[in-house]
Design a protein around this ligand. Structure first.
Ligand SMILES: O=C(O)C(=O)Cc1ccccc1
Length: 305
């Protein structure tokens, strides 16, 4: 476990709750940062060994600042993931009016229906995190906030409504990022994350990417595009692939992508935390099958039989 870990703070965020689920994190120095890019830059500068940041949630989708920092700034790799169920409270002062409600945009989005039906007159204020929103309320700069119960309690706020998320089963996925390192050994249920840039002026470029994965039996669990920031129409595609970079079929697929893509950024191989069972290799695509095929080719090249 890295010894100094930055995370999206302040104390009381869902990211902190996720961090505490990582084995060994209680012994690490945990450094709360104001924003996701600042947490990731602490790692790039060497001030911290790793950072835990939100990547996506099951309702609102990806966290754009995290994805943008992963592809636009100097390379980092994900070494672990944590999938955390999230439950929100509305916190403030029991005796006060609620004209402004602060929170992280993803928290506001996940409570949209509750806010619309119960506080349609209030305006929402984006904060850098749910716990930062609780600080705003404690400091009198917003009337209420959407946050974790723990953050409300820490700031002595009243719980105005409990469990206000529109989808009771909502989960958020967090990634532990570090400067590039070799992946830990396969766990048997791993994911490999990539960002690929395709040649935009070639017909079928994205199909070629998918084909490289499909012919090696590599399963895709997520594909998502983000603008590269160069100009309209330029996108990076984020791929989560079932398997580990040490698996033969993943290695072959990566080599294929390297040949057909304008650029491939490797974002790490790490154990899955979704609770989903591993997907077995399709027939003919196990490590043993690749090994057998490459030994056969070597024999043909060496002896012709
Ligand atoms: O703001 C927080 O507490 C975070 O950790 C980011 C976040 C926001 C909303 C849902 C899950 C995580």
């Amino acid at each position: 476990m890295p010894s100094v870990i930055a995370y999206l703070g302040p104390q009381g965020t869902f990211t902190e709750a996720a961090l505490l689920r990582l084995p060994g994190a209680d012994e690490a120095e945990r450094r709360p940062m104001r924003s996701v890019p600042e947490a990731m830059d602490e790692v790039r500068s060497g001030a911290c060994d790793a950072a835990l940041v939100p990547i996506e949630n099951s309702i609102e989708g990806s966290v754009p600042v995290t994805l943008d920092s992963l592809v636009r700034d100097s390379p980092l790799v994900i070494t672990a993931e944590v999938v955390l169920p999230v439950s929100f409270v509305l916190a403030g002062r029991a005796d006060g009016a609620v004209a402004t409600i602060a929170s992280h945009p993803h928290a506001l989005a996940q409570c949209r229906e509750f806010l619309r039906s119960k506080h349609s007159g209030a305006s929402t204020v984006d904060a850098l995190s749910t716990a930062a929103a609780a600080e705003l309320v404690a400091g009198g700069r917003a009337d209420a906030c959407v946050c974790a119960r723990l953050a409300a309690e820490r700031h002595g706020l009243d719980i105005l409504a409990d469990d206000i998320g529109d989808n009771p089963g909502a989960v958020t996925r967090f990634g532990l990022v570090s400067r590039p390192v070799a992946a830990v050994a396969p766990s048997g249920n791993d994911v490999t994350s990539l960002a690929v840039y395709i040649a935009h002026d070639e017909v079928g470029a994205l199909l070629r990417v998918l084909t490289e994965l499909e012919v090696r039996g590599v399963n895709l669990t997520r594909i998502e595009s983000r603008p590269t920031g160069e100009r309209l129409g330029r996108y990076a595609f984020f791929l989560d692939c079932t398997g580990h970079i040490a698996d033969a079929r993943m290695g072959e697929a990566l080599m294929g992508l390297r040949r057909v893509c304008a650029e491939v950024r490797y974002l790490g191989s790490y154990p899955r935390d979704t609770g989903e069972a591993p997907i077995p290799a399709p027939p003919g695509l196990s490590d043993g099958d690749f090994d057998d095929a490459s030994q056969w080719l070597e024999r043909l090249r060496a002896n012709g039989s």
